[in-house]
Design a protein. Structure first.
Length: 102
């Protein structure tokens, strides 16, 4: 998670195991992404394509830095901030078995 959180576009992340594979959920810095999209005049479709490429590039970059057993199989975009406990820790149990919502 610290390797994911090191990216400017990632505000917070969660990594868990699903069917023997590591999966990450990332909540992106949408303010930064929206500002970039406005500057470049991107449509919503272009912005989403950029986010998809960004997420894949983050996955590839993280996988280059971690050991083979720590490699992330896929990253899911978490559009809403993670639900947290009163001490501001992510409620992992809400996401570890969660399926991708489209």
């Amino acid at each position: 998670e610290s390797a994911l959180n090191a990216f400017d576009y990632v505000l917070e992340s969660l990594v868990y195991q699903e069917e023997g594979q590591l999966v990450a959920r990332v909540h992106l810095n949408y303010e930064l992404l929206d500002a970039q999209a406005r500057r470049r005049g991107w449509t919503e479709t272009q912005t989403q394509a950029h986010i998809d490429r960004l997420i894949e590039n983050i996955r590839l970059s993280v996988n280059e830095k971690v050991s083979s057993f720590s490699r992330i199989n896929k990253i899911l975009e978490q559009t809403e901030p993670f639900e947290k406990t009163p001490t501001q820790k992510i409620k992992r149990y809400l996401y570890s078995r969660a399926k991708e919502v489209v």
